[in-house]
Design a protein around this ligand. Structure first.
Ligand SMILES: Nc1nc2c(c(=O)[nH]1)N=C([C@H](O)[C@H](O)COP(=O)(O)OP(=O)(O)OP(=O)(O)O)CN2
Ligand SMILES: [Zn+2]
Length: 163
């Protein structure tokens, strides 16, 4: 016996990813890249001075240091049959500028961004910060990946996963 709740779930499953003629929509990944410059210091208020020096080494230097960060944001979703888009990349650009670049570019991350007052400004934590801000603005679960290059050699990738 089917209850109303079961029927709703079945309808959602049939319709998701389906075009009006019953064919399934192709799923495409789209990406926008931006760069920003910022300085920071790796320091944890949960650790004492010796532990901070031992763990973070030269990156714990009180004078801080800077990076030219490269940010790649990827969306994943069905291509709308009428617009030909997963989402307008101009909208993604505006979201990245408004929610990320205006907050981080040419800033001292630890001092200028309240989120990092007690959160270590590693590439991992900056990627999570960026994800959380963009997720509020990007509709329908389209946000797929935030990839933050701290240097040419060091990269953090976040897909919103938790464990
Ligand atoms: N897991 C993480 N480890 C480190 C991070 C980080 O964000 N996550 N960050 C740093 C520092 O910020 C530092 O800027 C990078 O250190 P390093 O790789 O030593 O950078 P260099 O440019 O000096 O690297 P070279 O290979 O010597 O050119 C450290 N760890
Ligand atoms: Zn650094």
């Amino acid at each position: 016996m089917l209850f109303n709740r079961d029927l709703i779930i079945i309808v959602l499953r049939v319709n998701k990813g389906e075009m009006s003629d019953g064919k399934r929509s192709p799923v495409v990944y789209i990406q926008r890249t931006e760069t920003f410059s910022a300085c920071h210091r790796l320091h944890s208020s949960a650790l004492d001075a010796d532990e901070n020096r031992r763990i973070f080494g030269k990156c714990n230097n009180p004078n801080g240091h800077g990076h030219n960060y490269r940010l790649e944001v990827t969306l994943r979703g069905p291509v709308d049959a009428s617009t030909g888009m997963v989402m307008n990349l101009v909208d993604l650009k505006n979201h990245m500028e408004g929610a990320v670049l205006s907050v981080l570019d040419h800033k001292n991350i630890d001092k200028d961004v309240p989120y990092f007052k007690d959160t270590v400004s590693t590439a991992e934590n900056i990627a999570i910060f960026i994800w959380d801000r963009l997720e509020e603005l990007i509709p329908d679960g389209l946000l797929y990946e935030v990839k933050l290059h701290e240097t040419d050699k060091n990269v953090a990738i976040y897909r919103g996963e938790k464990e």
